[in-house]
Design a binder for this molecule. Structure first.
Ligand SMILES: NC(=O)c1ccc[n+]([C@@H]2O[C@H](COP(=O)([O-])OP(=O)(O)OC[C@H]3O[C@@H](n4cnc5c(N)ncnc54)[C@H](OP(=O)(O)O)[C@@H]3O)[C@@H](O)[C@H]2O)c1
Length: 236
């Protein structure tokens, strides 16, 4: 059977595992990437118990060897990739504002997503409807950083600049992908009750996964090169 195949990074917990669950419920085969194979196996087993076709992949997106192995495995087993959700992310700004913290923020939030996507693009182009979702944040929006709205007071140079870079690259990649079957969009999940979002967040995890799932399953006349929250385009 010609299944739809999705890879979700940082899928061992939080929004990533829930994106995998919601895609899996649609009959999509979900590959759960996690930097610990053991955690990927555990998260996949939880979804398998819900009758979802879920499989673990060891994938630290800052590790080039993991990226190459994942690409090789997906090529050998499926010959294509239909959906890539670059969900893995970190927030390190509580550690201060040194250059080292910024580098590590960029390594995961920007370079990791960039390197993984670059390696998987040939497989995404083999799909009749390739979809890339870059899990960003409203904190990566320059307009939001400069606004008087609720997030304006937050000082988080590592997180905001690495997510802004992810946004800029999303727009850039969409131009590169014009005329192909692959769409790419950036996603703001909302403020979600996860380890990163904290208990004070306003959204439950299932709601926080909805925007990425919407973008991962866009129809052929859907948008590309935009930034979304809940099916609504946001300003960059
Ligand atoms: N929660 C919010 O309110 C919120 C708001 C806006 C945007 N976001 C974005 O949504 C995404 C998911 O966040 P979340 O709230 O679900 O956070 P979370 O519960 O902290 O989960 C983050 C996930 O990313 C993984 N990860 C971190 N570095 C990685 C690496 N180098 N390679 C592979 N995986 C890595 C983590 O793995 P480990 O378990 O190994 O650490 C974990 O699975 C992030 O990109 C975040 O920036 C979240």
């Amino acid at each position: 059977m010609n299944h739809t195949i999705a890879l979700i990074t940082g899928a061992n917990k939080g929004i990533g595992q829930e994106i995998a669950r919601q895609l899996g419920r649609q009959g999509i085969v979900v590959l759960l990437g996690a930097r610990s194979l053991c955690k990927a196996e555990q998260a996949a087993a939880e979804l398998q118990a819900e009758q979802i076709q879920a499989y673990p992949i060891e994938l630290d997106i800052t590790d080039d060897r993991h990226i190459q192995e994942a690409a090789k495995k997906i090529k050998a087993e499926y010959g294509k990739l239909d959906i890539l959700v670059n969900n893995a992310g970190i927030y390190l700004d509580h550690e201060g504002d040194g250059v080292e913290m910024l580098r590590r923020s960029f390594d995961t939030n920007f370079f990791g997503a960039y390197a993984l996507t670059s390696s998987l693009l040939p497989l995404l182009k083999e799909s009749p409807a390739g979809r890339i979702v870059n899990q960003s944040s409203i904190l990566g929006s320059l307009g939001t950083i400069m606004s008087d709205e609720m997030y304006a007071g937050a000082s988080a140079p590592g997180y905001t600049t690495s997510k802004a870079a992810l946004n800029a690259w999303t727009a850039q990649l969409s131009i590169q992908l014009r005329g192909t079957n692959v769409k790419v969009n950036a996603c703001h999940p909302g403020w979600v009750k996860t380890e990163m979002g904290g208990a004070g967040a306003v959204m439950e995890i299932d709601e926080g996964a909805e925007t990425a799932v919407y973008l991962a399953t866009l129809p052929s006349d859907g948008p590309s090169g935009q930034f979304f929250h809940k099916q609504e385009a946001l300003p960059w």
